[in-house]
Design a protein around this ligand. Structure first.
Ligand code: HEM
Length: 371
């Protein structure tokens, strides 16, 4: 991936080409001082500006008596398109930092959704950090150095590595495949579609908090796939689950990947060709009042589930949108109760973060929030 400029109108890692690897972390503040929060966000902004340019967070030739400023494992590695995207969870706006009046009205925790089996210890958090790069060591280095720079002020709450992007965010990228073997991201919002970005992804003047203008709301969901059952399902059923052909990615009503989805076409049995419970029918804009989300997820595997001996693998789902309660929540409410995919997946973690607009040299992350 090309280098993505850090100082920009919007944060990188949203409407920029999806890189191959993910390191995500959620932090909780241990300090309750507003000054500590401001200092942390300034330190992180400066470190992110360096790392996304392929540089260490500080000089490497330092005193032998003190620990090095940068941990060193990314020295000599290219930035690999590294983006570091920050977001603030609803909990950051409780009484600790005096931020209640700065809390966007729509930054309320996601409601319980059908089929949720969420684990609190790997959900939510005060601050979310998404690091994406083509090199896993570069993405990990970013999260590790953020944790190190936060020492005494904030601690890691949970983290997640992702190894293969499951969405395209640009027309210049080929559509990758998820762990179910299907092309994923075909009908995603692409960065070339600037009107879709304005309509569905970036907050404009409509919000109640000026500091969020140009920002976006991030929803993460760790979705475990029951791969062993999926692998025993016959091909025709797998294709009916999504409403698309496995090899080409074409809708069941078309021939090639980007053919328009025809939700009304009927087969010889009188039923719609794309079944009533197909994932693309229920998730698509036609079932959701025309609303879309920008998907930017990654495949993950965390080894073997010790209880069953099965692979603990799936999709670390990431979506950006203007309003999570109008976009993600209605879609997942419908999917969670009716999606044919539910037989093969379980949502195990969930988080929501308000991602501010891009930083500038005079306005580090959180400058307008903490003003
Ligand atoms: C489409 C896979 C979860 C929203 C698709 C497609 C696949 C897929 C293969 C078709 C290709 C495409 O257009 O990208 C999966 C898998 C999931 C999952 C394997 C879980 C493990 C979710 C969730 C949401 C979601 C949780 C949102 C709540 C969408 C949307 C589309 C889509 C909006 C585009 C539909 C359209 O406009 O045609 N997904 N998905 N997906 N998915 Fe998912």
């Amino acid at each position: 991936s090309p280098d993505i400029p850090f100082y920009a109108q919007h944060q990188g890692g949203i409407a920029t080409p999806a890189q191959d690897r993910l390191a995500f972390a959620a932090f909780d503040m241990t300090s309750t001082s507003r000054d500590d929060l401001r200092d942390l966000l300034l330190t992180w902004t400066q470190a992110a500006a360096k790392m996304t340019a392929g540089q260490p967070v500080g000089p490497t030739e330092t005193q032998p008596e003190v620990p090095p400023v940068d941990t060193g494992e990314a020295l000599g590695l290219a930035a690999g398109g590294l983006t570091i995207t920050i977001g603030f969870g609803p909990s950051l706006f409780d009484q600790r930092f005096g931020l209640a009046s700065k809390k966007p009205a729509i930054l309320t925790p996601l409601p319980a959704l059908p089929g949720d089996e969420l684990q609190p210890e790997i959900s939510n958090g005060d601050i979310g950090v998404q690091a994406c790069a083509d090199d896993p060591q570069v993405a990990f280095h970013a999260i590790r150095n953020f944790a190190r720079l936060a020492r005494g002020v904030a601690v890691l709450r949970w983290s997640q590595l992702g190894f293969g992007r499951t969405s395209t965010t640009s027309n210049s990228q080929a559509t990758p495949r998820n762990l179910m073997g299907f092309k994923d991201g075909t009908n995603n919002i692409k960065l070339e579609d600037t009107s879709a970005l304005a309509d569905f992804v970036f907050v404009g003047n409509e919000g109640d908090q000026a500091w969020m203008r140009g920002g976006s709301y991030l929803v993460t969901r760790r979705i475990r796939m029951h791969i062993e059952s999926w692998d025993r399902d016959r091909l025709g059923d797998q294709e009916a689950v999504f409403g698309r052909t496995k090899t080409s990615g074409a809708p069941l009503t078309g021939k090639s990947e980007f053919d328009t989805v025809n939700l009304t076409a009927k087969g010889s049995d009188g039923q719609t060709v794309i079944p009533a419970d197909a994932h693309i029918r229920l998730a698509g804009p036609a079932s959701n009042g025309g609303l879309k989300i920008l998907r930017r997820g990654y495949s993950y595997t965390d080894g073997i589930d010790p209880r069953t001996g099965e692979l603990d693998a799936g999709l670390f789902f990431i979506a950006y949108q203007k309003d999570p309660h109008k976009q993600f929540v209605p879609i997942q409410t419908r999917l969670g109760s009716s999606d044919a995919l539910n037989e093969y997946i379980t949502h195990t973690s969930s988080a929501l973060f308000a991602c501010p607009p891009g930083a500038s040299t005079s306005k580090p992350w959180g400058a307008d929030l903490l003003r």
